[in-house]
Write a protein that binds this ligand. Sequence first.
Ligand SMILES: *Cc1c(COP(=O)(O)O)cnc(C)c1O
Length: 365
Amino acid sequence: MIPFLDLRAAYLELKEEIDAAMGRVAASGWYVLGAEVAAFEQEFAAYCGTKHCVGVANGLEALELVLRAWDIGAGDEVIVPSSTYIATWLAVSASGARPVPVEPDVRTANLDPERVAAALTARTKAILPVHLYGQPADMDPIMELAARHGLKVLEDVAQAQGARYKGRRTGALAHAGAFSFFPTKNIGALGDAGAVTTDDDRLADRLRTLRNYGSKVKYVNIEAGVNSRLDELQAAILRAKLPVLDAWNDRRRALAAYYRDRLAGVDVIELPYVPQWADPAWHLFTVRAPDRRRVTEALDAAKVGWLIHYPIPPHLQQAYASLGMGRGDQPLAEQIAETILSLPISPHMPTAHVDTVVNALRGLT
Ligand SMILES: *Cc1c(COP(=O)(O)O)cnc(C)c1O
């Protein structure tokens, strides 16, 4: 049995450091917004190359609080990819604004800058590109477009911690970057956690207020904020993991290269397209399989775990029925949903397991 992802292996590699971190917090007597969160914020900002990092409770709220901090809400529009995890859209809806889907570059599944230009209206306030599957989106043309139209750009970096675009880290490419540290992400907590990175002093300050009931001084509330704090325990665990993130991403990169090499010429699947300027974090190794059923049956027979990211695009979810969109409205996102397939990849996956996956697929041609 080859699991899609083995989170226990990541814990066991760092057991000593993680156990020590948890013990340190437990013994400190201080559990929310303390020294661990402050230290993680500094270390993660340094890692990404931004001036600030603000820890929050999860990735969805990282996205949502940035939109709120920019005063985006009812009557506004935010450009989102038609092909993404639904959380990207939910953050926009939660702010009160309307998510306006834009179709991807079908090769990368990421936002297509030319289509973004065509979707702008007088109500557009922000663009929310996602570095889907750990592949950086084409940010330069998006930032140029935003500058020309006075728009904000928020990166959804939930799947791309440590990826680079033209040599620069994701999370440092726009006005702000929103991270999730959900356990399955490239750097994950042992529970929910998130953060925002930015160079903008005012945004960072507003986020620190918003995440803590709208309060900077205890029991003095300057706005109606929320409780979306990163807790000390998760921050300490993330601090134990951050020093190995690059090594873990290197291991993902090596496995991706190995997959690409061994799967070349296997015609039941199409390998991921990587633009020359992209250094992906390989959060997922996604292939396209026009006859996906046949491929997943072969993987099942070989006892290989697989997943589909994602089977239903947001515009076809019942949650967005009110937008009145149906099948055929976002054809590229629909085509991706019907053919995409994620093969197992993770820093702790033995090469022998990749061989089993490869052999199951080679048997089909
Ligand atoms: C995981 C994820 C999120 C949400 O993060 P949570 O921490 O689970 O709230 C947002 N966007 C994308 C693309 C994600 O993969």
